[in-house]
Design a protein around this ligand. Structure first.
Ligand code: GLU
Length: 489
């Protein structure tokens, strides 16, 4: 019988959950689900300097938003609790002691100053960096006595002969020259483990079968394989998933704006769009499928369809997917969501509660027209409260800057709209009245309405003009057309 698949998401609580971290979690989750296995959430908080208060909650919220649920970990409990590394220090000390007993680890007393000098000398001499093994030969007994009075770290004794070979589930066979490795730190002077030691101890104890992680860890794989070997433990399978890069091929970072998961939520991306988008960052189902649901992804995901080369983060693609999922929402759900975003996004001076019948009428007009929910308040602002403010020049912007023509268009529109009786007011009569002006003005309706858009909503485009005028009402529409005309006087 083979062991059930167990993967883990092991974020460091150093701030936001980055979009790349969420993609990693999504792949780990999908792999566990597709194989009837389990996902463990483990908090790797052993770097005390980078620890950020509240980061664990932010991570959990980001995962929950996308629907990435974990079977064990903070909030879920499980047989291997605690799932927070700072609460598991005794285990790391035990593993470090065992490695020392096996002659595969030793205490090192080199000061940070000596190590800095060593690095500088290596750089100056054009040599590869890495620890030179100065403390490797100190006998255990002497080292123990010294450690009582002197700060020390514990280092792993790397086997420097031959090669270490990784059979990566994404990259295939990768061979590493052991001569290029060095004796790296397992336990730091503050008694906290490094990533390498903590990961070894926890992945083993938590019975992790598949370590799916970012490509940046590939170079550490020989260390990890040698650690497993030194402990006599079977190593898990490794899958290093590709980097996410920006349009210029650079690693995606804060430079490109906020890449925190919750900031995407707060900009009005739907979780189903984000999941679909992330699913295809480095993975594909076949050469046709571009839409996928959470349930389907969790059913069909395989590691052999993950590609090793970098995946480009394309915001336009994300926006297009989001528009797709917005249009696919059932009308009732859309009405509710649109209402919430409008309510929240309109300025405080707009009287609440908002007119619910107006929102009912608006919702279908908006569903076809937005890529992100945060566009909504701006699109409907003109219907609530004061008339919009805009520079007079905007009126003629789409008709070649011809202010006299804009003035004539407004005069004609005012007369036409006045001709629609209050009892007949609605999108169809308004459209008919305005359409009849095209010939007299010698301007296509499309161009001509841009002037009216600015007059009514303060922007040359927005939700359909005739519907907007109908919702705004006859008197307010006329008042805005007249105010626009006055700007051009
Ligand atoms: N704490 C590591 C990180 O946040 C985990 C890497 C891994 O998945 O092993 O990058």
């Amino acid at each position: 019988m083979t062991a059930p698949v167990r993967t883990r998401f092991a974020p460091s609580p150093t701030g936001d959950l980055h979009i790349g971290g969420l993609r990693t979690a999504l792949f780990q989750w999908a792999f566990a689900r597709a194989n009837g296995g389990q996902l463990v959430l483990r908090i790797e908080d052993t770097d005390r300097e980078r620890y950020v208060e509240g980061a664990v909650e932010v991570i959990a919220e980001g995962l929950r938003w996308l629907g990435v649920d974990w079977d064990e970990g903070p909030g879920a409990g499980g047989p291997h609790a605690p799932y927070v590394q700072s609460e598991r220090l005794d285990r790391y000390h035990a593993v470090a002691a065992e490695l020392r007993a096996r002659g595969r680890a030793y205490r090192c007393f080199c000061s940070p100053e000596r190590l800095a000098r060593l690095r500088a000398d290596q750089r100056a001499g054009g040599e590869p960096g890495g620890y030179d093994g100065r403390c490797a030969a100190i006998p255990e007994a002497g080292a123990e006595a010294r450690a009582r009075t002197e700060p020390s770290v514990v280092r792993f004794r790397m086997d420097r002969a031959g090669t270490t070979t990784l059979d990566d589930l994404v990259r295939g066979r990768v061979a590493f020259e052991n001569a290029l490795q060095d004796d790296f730190v397992l336990l730091k002077a503050d008694g906290f483990p490094t990533y390498h030691l903590a990961m070894l101890a926890d992945d083993h104890e938590m019975e992790i079968t598949h370590v799916i992680r970012a490509e940046e860890w590939l170079a550490s794989a020989p260390r990890h394989l040698q650690l497993y070997e030194a402990m006599g433990w079977p190593a898990p399978r490794f899958a290093h998933i590709p980097l996410i890069v920006d349009g210029a091929g650079r690693k995606l970072s804060k430079r490109e704006g906020d890449v925190g998961v919750l900031s995407f939520r707060d900009r009005g991306y739907l979780p189903e769009a984000m999941l679909n988008f992330l699913a295809f960052l480095g993975w594909s189902l076949d050469d046709r499928t571009s839409h996928i649901t959470r349930e389907e992804f969790a059913r069909v995901f395989t590691l052999d369809r993950v590609v090793p080369n970098p995946a480009a983060f394309d915001v336009e693609r994300l926006d297009a997917l989001n528009g797709h999922y917005i249009r696919a929402l059932p009308p009732g759900r859309w009405r509710e969501l649109a209402g919430e975003w409008i309510e929240r996004g309109l300025p405080a001076d707009v009287p609440r509660p908002l007119d619910s019948a107006l929102l009912d009428a608006l919702a279908p007009l908006l569903q076809e027209r937005v890529a992100r929910l945060d566009e909504l308040p701006g699109l409907v602002r003109f219907l609530f409260g004061e008339a919009p403010e805009y520079p007079a020049a905007l009126l003629a912007e789409r008709i070649g800057g011809d202010a006299a023509l804009a003035a004539r268009a407004l005069d004609a529109a005012i007369a036409a709209v006045e001709g629609v009786a209050p009892g007949e007011w609605g999108p169809v009569p308004v459209e008919a009245a305005l359409r009849s002006l095209q010939d007299a003005l010698g301007l296509k309706l499309r161009k001509f309405v841009s002037v009216l858009y600015v007059a009514v909503m303060g922007a040359p485009r927005g939700i359909p003009l005739f519907d907007s005028a109908a919702l705004l009402g006859r008197e307010r529409t006329l008042a805005r057309l007249r105010a626009a005309r006055a700007k051009l006087a």
